[in-house]
Design a protein around this ligand. Structure first.
Ligand SMILES: *Cc1c(COP(=O)(O)O)cnc(C)c1O
Length: 449
């Protein structure tokens, strides 16, 4: 063990952390955070870290945001939680109205839950049950994109395809029809994101032709396949997916858990393609990264297929204890108010353009940088062994992880995805803070590579 403080020792004594090889904690013990403010986290020794990944893409408007804090405190003195079957409360009602107002047209019904994976499970079960109850029971499987990520529960894992998370559990999973995802950095059709005509939609067409009869829904992440090393594809692909879903009577489930609420420069990623999905899953930024909460938003058409006398057995009997939690709703309402009143998206777009320019200047010349890709404030740098051939580094060397550790020692929290390093900062980050992040990441990279 390296030097650990007593809090760190007590942590590893009993805590099994998420998405971690716990043995790594021998050389990199957990950082004990005392408090956060804005984009900064402060540990118990007083050292500060720039949270350039929004604490796993959730924190939208900075840590300890005064307006969100106030909203939660006010709600706390009234009602912390209540059963959500046959009971309701003003924050949930107001939030549902707000979501319907900002979502693409037609998504009029909101099913609240308490985490992203649960929102996905709901979406899958709803689409399956929709066809069962509208006389098409053969439509019971799902199409999904390779390299997709939709959460960690078994249903959500089944429609995901990032090997790192799914391979091991293959025997536990349900059957799906995978479609090879767009891979714009290594596009086999020699197109690029700006001149793309979505050639690769042909792979989707083939799967639709063969499998649409057995498919209830296609699920995908919109424009940004986050866990698949921040792959970014253009809106034209989404437009064509929507057309295929319409043509073949397949529901479109949009996983906007990571992309919702301004991450891509617009309120939702589907706004870039001007499409309206049949189901939209939201979480992460929904509460500004404060409270575990999610929403599965659906069309009236889907909702209506469940609306009948109780004895017909058509109800959606899916529940989570903390569904519609009032504290989460209060936080989410505060987030909406801030986004609107403080013009957050406009400012974030301006800073995104600044960040693109600075990152390209800082990283593109590096001999090991294959691509700097971006959407909204999300910026990713793919490190490769060879710029020309785009061959990856040897994964076993864990270069990304080494850079992460080095950056951490310099006060930048930069969690890598393999050998892809990325920024996905709170939308309120300043230009100075972005400059600090670039400078620190560059130093860390230069020391490792
Ligand atoms: C984080 C994430 C999920 C899962 O949400 P959890 O709250 O972690 O269960 C699903 N889909 C996408 C795209 C995500 O980024």
């Amino acid at each position: 063990m390296s030097e650990m403080t007593s809090w760190q020792e007590r942590d590893v004594e009993h805590i099994w952390h998420p998405c971690s090889q716990m043995k790594d904690y021998e050389t990199l013990p957990p950082i004990v955070v005392d408090h956060g403010k804005g984009v900064w986290l402060y540990d118990i020794t007083g050292k500060k870290y720039l949270d350039i990944i929004s604490s796993w893409w959730a924190n939208l408007l900075g840590h300890s945001n005064e307006k969100i804090n106030e909203a939660i405190k006010e709600q706390l003195d009234k009602l912390e939680h209540v059963i959500f079957a046959n009971f309701t409360h003003k924050p949930a009602i107001t939030l549902a109205e707000k979501l319907v107002e900002i979502l693409p047209k037609g998504l009029n019904k909101i099913h609240f839950n308490d985490n992203g994976s649960a929102a996905i499970e709901c979406a899958l079960k709803m689409c399956f049950q929709y066809y069962l109850q509208t006389g098409k029971p053969k439509k019971k499987y799902f199409m999904c994109l390779t390299e997709g990520y939709h959460g960690e529960t078994i249903g959500a894992l089944s429609v995901g395809a990032v090997d790192l998370y799914t391979k091991l559990y293959a025997p536990m999973m349900m059957k799906t029809f995978p479609i090879e995802a767009p891979d714009c950095y290594r596009c086999p059709y020699a197109e690029n994101r700006d001149n793309c005509s979505a050639h690769c939609i042909e792979r989707a067409k083939k799967v639709f032709e063969e499998k649409a009869d057995e498919t209830c829904a296609l699920i995908l992440e919109l424009l940004l396949q986050g866990s698949a090393v921040m792959r970014i594809y253009p809106p034209i692909y989404l437009k064509k997916i929507r057309e295929l879903c319409d043509k073949y009577d397949v529901k479109l489930i949009a996983d906007e858990i990571a992309t919702g609420f301004g991450r891509t420069g617009k309120m939702f990623a589907c706004n870039h393609a001007d499409i309206s999905p049949d189901v939209v899953c939201l979480s992460k930024g929904l509460t500004g990264g404060y409270m575990p909460m999610s929403a599965t938003c659906v069309t009236d058409e889907i909702y209506d297929a469940f609306y009948a006398d109780y004895n017909e057995g058509k109800a959606f009997l899916h529940s989570h204890t903390y569904a519609g939690n009032p504290l989460g709703c209060a936080a989410a309402l505060a987030v909406q108010k801030i986004l609107r009143e403080d013009n957050i998206l406009e400012k974030a777009r301006e800073n995104a353009a600044y960040l693109t320019e600075r990152m390209e200047a800082a990283f593109l010349p590096h001999k090991n940088v294959g691509e700097v890709r971006h959407i909204g404030l999300v910026h990713a740098v793919e490190i490769v062994a060879d710029k020309e051939t785009k061959v990856s580094l040897d994964g076993k060397k864990r270069t990304g992880y080494a850079i992460y550790k080095r950056a951490l020692s310099k006060g930048l929290l930069l969690r890598p995805l393999g050998d892809v390093l990325y920024f996905n900062p709170p939308l309120v980050i300043s230009k100075d803070e972005l400059d600090f992040a670039i400078k620190t990441m560059k130093e860390a990279m230069d020391e490792i590579l």
